[in-house]
Design a protein around this ligand. Structure first.
Ligand code: SDX
Length: 428
């Protein structure tokens, strides 16, 4: 393989360097293209454009591979814990027993939020969408912890903010849930691990000690691990580009939460359940809804199907589908929408429309069914996606800072009006 490629424009030929990654991915480095040729590239939606070099997550959409720092997602989902995976993504290696113990201790020390934050919680209408609350509350953390705004951030300053954000996210997410239910909030307790503490703040009660079913703790760990990072997806790219302006971590992650909210991205897990419920109410006729999804004149899309990168199966969907069966059986739940989901998948995977377009179930197709089985309301699903994706956003933001990447500033091709003179309003 040559380490350069040639680009011929008119009678001139240009040599552009080739970049090869550790998993043999290949890229043409166009950093100097405009200076050399006066041309920019155009790739609306960035389907063919690499924005960075990253050592965090590798995925191969053609064969359905996903690895965090070189570890296959299947092994991490089966053997690791979410906090351990968070440590792996952020610091680069699996922690020793002392390292994870210290990490948990640091986080426990910061799980409380400033009591004045409660005024924000109280200010939201009780039926306001949890994602709108989450993006606001996370951004407000810079007001309570102004050290994150210091222009010169030492590695210790950055790590302090990372620990605070990881710790307070569980409290903020669980309190959003409690407020939506009209229940009193539950404070964190240091005797619990990260995920158990979150579940206790979410499902615990003031009036009695609640024991969280280990089945639910295990399922939550798997779901959060599967959502922890996914290289340069829409919300992660948002976090990176906001952070590239030297905006603080809280505001960068708040922007990522807003990007994740969209139904084409993280909001799909809520949209899937709403779709399955609609099909169930409509009598469960999966063929009718598959045909609607195929009809170009019908805006309906099969939510939870298709992916910008996975053009074979999404390895996370496979793991979640199996976890679905296990958890519903262990909890003794027979959820009709799971049967509808399985029928949809079965029909779609045999249909030429979906086969030709390489549309398969993605991470969002089955996750909502588990969240519902664990007791979460539908509009909390994307907030749970954000809780899972937080370590990935942090790791990617940290890598961008450590690599001293420049402020992100894409170019464009202008296609608007040319050379017009101003006309006074009485002459228009
Ligand atoms: C996530 O990027 C990530 O890594 C994201 C994520 C992560 O972990 O961060 O994996 C999480 O966002 C998963 C995706 C969740 N979104 C959904 O489930 C929403 C439904 N899916 C689609 O909207 C769509 O598949 C996208 C947005 C996910 C991908 O869109 P693409 O790759 O740009 O595909 P496309 O829009 O170019 O569609 C190609 C063709 C089109 O038909 P034609 O014009 O060729 O005839 O496939 C069709 C589309 O109409 N198509 C669908 C479809 N998805 C694509 N048709 C019906 N149902 C669908 N779901």
């Amino acid at each position: 393989m040559s380490d350069t490629v040639q680009l011929k424009i008119d009678d001139k030929t240009y040599e552009l360097p080739v970049v090869k990654g550790t998993e043999d991915e290949l890229a043409i480095d166009i950093t100097k293209l405009r200076d050399l040729t006066g041309y920019v590239t155009l790739d609306i939606g960035y389907k063919n454009t690499g924005a960075t070099k990253s050592a965090i997550t590798f995925l191969d959409g053609e064969v359905g591979i996903l690895k965090y720092r070189g570890y296959p997602i299947e092994q991490l989902a089966e053997k690791s814990s979410f906090l351990e995976v968070a440590y792996l993504l952020i610091y680069g290696d699996l922690p020793t027993a002392d390292q994870i113990g210290n990490f948990q201790k640091q986080i426990n020390h910061h799980t409380l939020v400033h009591e004045d934050m409660k005024k924000f919680f109280d200010g939201f209408p009780s039926d306001s969408h949890p994602m709108g609350q989450l993006t606001t509350l996370v951004s407000s953390l810079s007001a309570f912890y102004p050290d994150s705004l210091k222009p010169i951030q030492t590695a210790q300053d950055v790590n302090n903010t990372i620990i605070k954000l990881l710790a307070k996210m569980t409290t903020i997410v669980s309190w959003i849930y409690k407020k939506s239910m009209g229940h009193p909030v539950i404070y964190p307790q240091n005797k619990y691990d990260y995920v158990t503490n979150f579940l206790h703040m979410t499902f615990g009660q003031r009036t009695e000690e609640v024991t969280i079913d280990p089945v639910i703790v295990d399922a939550m760990n798997v779901l959060l691990i599967l959502h922890a990072d996914h290289e340069q997806n829409c919300s992660t790219s948002t976090v990176r580009i906001v952070g590239s302006s030297e905006s603080n971590l809280y505001s960068s992650v708040s922007a990522g939460i807003s990007a994740l909210w969209g139904p084409l991205h993280g909001g799909a897990n809520q949209a899937v359940i709403e779709m399955l419920e609609k099909i169930k109410e409509d009598g469960g006729d999966t063929d009718k809804w598959i045909n609607k999804a195929k009809d170009k004149n019908d805006p309906f899309r099969l939510m939870g199907f298709g992916h910008r990168v996975y053009k074979n199966f999404d390895p996370r969907a496979k793991i979640i589908k199996k976890a679905c069966d296990d958890i519903l059986e262990k909890l003794g739940i027979d959820d009709e929408v799971l049967n509808i989901a399985k029928r949809l998948e079965e029909v779609a995977l045999k249909d030429p429309y979906f086969i030709e377009r390489k549309l398969y179930p993605n991470v969002d197709f089955y996750s909502g069914i588990i969240y519902r089985a664990l007791g979460f309301p539908t509009d909390m699903f994307t907030v749970l996606f954000a809780l899972g994706r937080l370590p990935g956003w942090i790791a990617q933001w940290k890598e961008m800072k450590e690599n001293k990447e420049p402020i992100g500033r894409p170019r464009q091709i202008y296609v608007g009006a040319v050379d017009r003179d101003y006309v006074p309003i009485d002459k228009r």
